[in-house]
Write a protein that binds this ligand. Structure first.
Ligand code: CAO
Length: 249
């Protein structure tokens, strides 16, 4: 279709569903209505590409399990270490910690490291922001994510609690999936999707198969600002950073 015809899309189909069987109508919640508008805009306005990869979390998961066994009262899920790993990757690849201004030609380079966390609430999807994640420990970030998630699911989050992110993490790892294509939370330029850790047999140097825990990561990025090679390196860095974590305090 020629570009000039993009605005010449057919009208949304108007269907009498009752013709096919019993139906009922339900309005979207306030949050769903807002999210639908923003997600729709971001999906249409940003040229998304999603880098799909798996990082080896065998060592990371062994250390996390040992930590959680020793301190069941201070259990750590993968989210807070992932936020720390994202901060490290943002430091290494600052072109991910930017926003494109409305003029489309000016980049805002951010010197702060605020990580957004997508939270599934009964009213809809919300993103709570952990500010200054670079200055916080994994435990502190974990506690903050729990507080944000609890608040999002009960009272909802205020605008300041949802604003100012450098980049967002959206995890479906507690449910399942092997990959997905998350939509960028504009004006951020990338979002990290996390799926469920999988056990995979992989050949070692001698060709013997050994079991590895592999974490599927899906990094959607704004291709106006970020190139595929950068995205591939960014995801690999996250794997390296997770593997380097020894202390979950
Ligand atoms: N692989 C395997 N298990 C995982 C995992 C992964 N990638 N990520 C988390 N888990 C496990 C946790 O370790 C925890 O295990 P235990 O019950 O054995 O302790 C369990 O899943 C539940 O984790 P959780 O959901 O309570 O906590 P979390 O820190 O992983 O996530 C939160 C918190 C708020 C991010 C999450 O609950 C949530 O709301 N995610 C939804 C995000 C979403 O809907 N995104 C939208 C996608 S696109 O529309």
């Amino acid at each position: 279709m020629p570009l000039s015809q993009l605005s010449d899309l057919p009208d949304w189909p108007e269907v009498d569903f009752a013709e096919f069987g019993p139906v009922e109508r339900q309005p979207l919640s306030k949050i769903q209505r807002l999210t639908a508008r923003f997600l729709g805009r971001n999906y249409l306005a940003i040229p998304h590409v999603t880098q799909q990869d798996e990082v080896d979390v065998t060592t990371f998961e062994a250390r996390r399990a040992a930590w959680n066994t020793a301190r069941p009262e201070a259990k750590i899920t993968p989210m807070a270490p992932l936020a720390k790993a994202v901060v490290a990757a943002l430091k290494r690849y600052p072109k991910f910690n930017v926003s494109l201004e409305r003029d489309g030609v000016t980049l805002v380079l951010k010197h702060y490291f605020n990580v957004g966390i997508a939270i599934d609430s009964p009213q809809g999807l919300l993103v709570g922001v952990v500010r200054e994640a670079d200055a916080k420990t994994i435990s502190q970030i974990g506690a903050e994510i729990s507080t944000l998630a609890e608040k999002a699911r009960t009272k909802g989050l205020s605008m300041p609690e949802m604003s100012g992110g450098s980049m967002t993490i959206s995890s479906l790892g507690h449910i399942g999936g092997t990959g997905f294509t998350p939509i960028i939370n504009a004006p951020e330029v990338a979002v990290l999707g996390v799926s469920r850790t999988q056990l995979r047999p992989l050949p070692d140097q001698d060709g013997q198969l050994t079991w590895h825990k592999m974490l599927p990561l899906s990094l959607s990025y704004d291709h106006r600002v970020i190139n595929g090679a950068d995205a591939a390196r960014f995801v690999i860095t996250i794997g390296e950073e997770l593997a380097a974590i020894e202390d979950f305090a």
